[in-house]
Design a protein around this ligand. Structure first.
Ligand SMILES: [Zn+2]
Length: 360
């Protein structure tokens, strides 16, 4: 027997609109997809406006600001729905500062950079760090280091010329710091890392075989795979002229700590990393390390967070160039629709890592 239940809907038209529940949650992702107007005040707002929400009976939805204005509403002065979101304006200002640092011979003073971005030096420094993962000073140093690497790899310039061309004003100052920017001395780098010794060992973990390699500066590679020999060959390809040395008993202890970390990333890894990459890659990798364990972000989000919203492909390439599995958590980056997309060490491992972290 069928029982007819009276399901009369007493909700207002606004409440029946699926956008009403988005309004209640103030979901930042909804920003820019619609605005809402309030009949009693005559203004229209972003869905994320911090003002108190009006009674649903007075609320109407509009696809665009123009639509709301044609209906006779004014823009809210608090959430400014007809202007670019504050985050976008900040990102644009930080991106401009990055370009300026890259093209300057010497690092511009913090006060100048902040003034150009119409912020206080303190606020600018904080936003710059949040967006790029680096301070303006380390960003400038990373960019100059990248130029030195490119010119040394090019092979036509002498080491000294390459250093001056990259804007280091005295080569002795560069040599003092060259270990920080290249991970080895300039001559060793020119030779493809001939002088650099890299110790490594292969072990087993829940995700299969794992290779851990260490330079004098710190862990320079964590590789995952099925075949230990293949992992050793991959390491040789990454550091073609480095002297690879099989790890001894003390090294096994370090590998055990890395394995423990790979199996429970939430615990963190308190070992120094030797991260080698371009300034751009370093910014992407810093942003990846800022994704908390158990969460994911899209390639587009990472691009926005480093102030390069159009560089989604380059972000994906930087993720694929990561040599430090799990320590630089490129597995926490997924496609905008939530699909896993690729993983340098196999998409099945990525799935398992994300699942394990979500449960932790
Ligand atoms: Zn508002």
């Amino acid at each position: 027997m069928n029982v007819a239940i009276d399901t009369a809907d007493f909700r207002t038209p606004a409440e029946r609109d699926p956008r009403w529940s988005i309004l209640l949650s103030r979901d930042p992702a909804a920003d820019g997809t619609f605005v809402y107007s309030v009949r009693t005040t005559g203004i229209y707002c972003r869905p994320t406006c911090p003002s108190r929400l009006a009674k649903p009976v007075n609320v109407a939805f509009h696809a665009t600001c123009e639509e709301a204005e044609q209906a006779g509403f004014r823009a809210c002065r608090r959430c400014r729905p007809n202007e670019a979101p504050l985050a976008e304006k900040h990102a644009a200002a930080i991106a401009r500062a990055c370009r300026r640092i890259e093209s300057a011979e010497e690092l511009p003073p913090l006060e100048d950079l902040a003034q150009a971005a119409a912020m206080s030096p303190f606020h600018f420094h904080r936003l710059f760090k949040a967006a790029t993962g680096l301070t303006p000073r380390t960003y400038g140093a990373a960019h100059r280091a990248k130029k030195v690497r490119e010119q040394l790899a090019d092979g036509r310039n002498s080491v000294t010329e390459a250093i001056y061309d990259a804007g280091f004003n005295s080569s002795s100052r560069f040599y003092e710091r060259s270990n920080d920017v290249l991970g080895m001395t300039p001559t060793a780098f020119r030779n493809g890392g001939t002088d650099a010794a890299i110790r490594f060992a292969v072990g087993e973990c829940a995700l299969g075989s794992i290779l851990v390699a260490c330079s004098e500066k710190g862990i320079c590679a964590i590789l995952l795979g099925e075949d230990p020999d293949r992992l050793a060959r991959d390491l040789q390809d990454m550091f073609p002229k480095a002297r690879l040395i099989g790890g001894d008993a003390t090294f096994e202890d370090l590998v055990a700590r890395v394995v423990g970390f790979v199996e429970a990333p939430g615990l963190g890894l308190d070992l120094p990393l030797d991260v080698r990459g371009t300034a751009f890659q370093q910014r992407v990798w810093q942003a990846l390390r800022a994704i908390p364990c158990g969460q994911t972000a899209s390639y587009a989000e990472i691009a926005r967070r480093i102030g390069e919203p159009k560089s989604v492909r380059a972000v994906a390439q930087a993720c694929a160039a990561n040599r430090l599995a799990v320590a630089i958590p490129c597995h926490r980056v997924v496609r905008t629709d939530g699909a896993l997309s690729g993983y340098r060490w196999g998409v099945e491992r990525k799935r398992r890592l994300i699942e394990t972290e979500a449960q932790a």
